[in-house]
Design a protein around this ligand. Structure first.
Ligand code: NAP
Length: 272
């Protein structure tokens, strides 16, 4: 849908989830944003119920993407990879931009995103925090400068409910590190060491995933050289940082030409 004024109309998918609630709460306190609608899975207990104050009682959770995509400038999706194909179809049909924050995406999901980006503006980010976006750039620069003699290990900690590992953010940081070295992450990643693994492979990038408590997401990228180490670290204190970043991305994305965008574009980080 074309932008009509400086207010951005947002449709929230996964509205009853942890991220969905954080996004709706952030919309409520930002006069530049309007909540166009809130989607939940068909059969979800919230469907038909009001979203609640400060929104009008007529604004209820619904399960039909189509009308919401037409009514929204930007959809924001924090749901499940299973839902992605139908969501992208609705966004393309309704000519709505979309910010995709859902993680656990596989190559075939990225192919769907690339196809949709021919019709609508799409921004997909495994981590919508502005701090992590900058961290990824710092990691790429450090990997490029230090070279393959420095071992790279990426450790992440998330709350006990998280279902995918390594986190999408850890993989994005690994991708940034690999890009800095000019290699493909798939060919150098070590995921989940256990037992007699043998010595560390030179040039590999290792991942370790911790799960527990309510941690919103801690990521440490370790560069280990002979006799010295560097750690680049980001700590998320709560989900609001992801909600704020997703909404900043949505405001930036509204009205852009069709194409695939990333958080680097939102921050105006120069191309490498
Ligand atoms: N990019 C980032 O910065 C960032 C930050 C945090 C989280 N995430 C990712 O965002 C996703 C959601 O995280 P969360 O913590 O908010 O999870 P959550 O609390 O489980 O919320 C997910 C919501 O999506 C709903 N949902 C699931 N399948 C759906 C479908 N097919 N259609 C419509 N709604 C559906 C769920 O409904 P039910 O409860 O009925 O299943 C739930 O309300 C995860 O992939 C997570 O890793 C990304």
């Amino acid at each position: 849908m074309a932008m009509t004024n400086s207010v951005t109309k947002i449709g929230v998918l996964g509205a009853g989830g942890r991220m969905g609630r954080a996004i709706i709460s952030a919309i409520a306190s930002d006069p530049r944003l309007v909540l166009a609608g809130a989607i939940e899975r068909a059969g979800h207990e919230l469907v038909g119920r009001p979203v609640g104050p400060p929104f009008p009682s007529t604004l209820t959770y619904c399960s039909n993407h189509g009308p919401l995509a037409i009514a929204s400038d930007v959809l924001i999706d924090f749901t499940s990879p299973i839902a992605l194909a139908a969501t992208l179809d609705a966004a393309c049909d309704g000519k709505s931009a979309i910010v995709i924050g859902t993680t656990g995406l596989e190559p075939h999901h990225h192919a769907l995103i690339d196809a949709a980006a021919k019709t609508i503006p799409v921004l997909q980010a495994a981590n919508t925090s502005l701090g992590v976006t900058l961290l990824a750039r710092l990691v790429a620069d450090a990997a490029r400068a230090l070279g393959p003699d420095w071992d790279i290990e990426i450790a992440e900690l998330h709350h006990r409910h998280k279902v995918d590992a390594p986190s999408g953010t850890a993989l994005a940081l690994g991708t940034a590190a690999a890009a800095g070295r000019g290699v493909d992450l798939v060919s150098v990643s070590d995921r989940g060491r256990d037992g007699i693994t043998g010595a560390r492979q030179p040039g590999h990038i290792g991942f370790a995933s911790l799960r527990g408590g309510s941690a919103a997401g801690d990521h440490t990228v370790l560069f280990a050289g002979e006799g010295e180490r560097i750690e680049l670290r980001h700590l998320a204190e709560n989900r609001d940082i992801f909600a704020r970043g997703a909404l900043r991305a949505a405001m930036w994305l509204a009205g852009k030409p069709a194409g695939r965008y990333q958080m680097d574009d939102v921050l105006g980080l120069p191309l490498r």
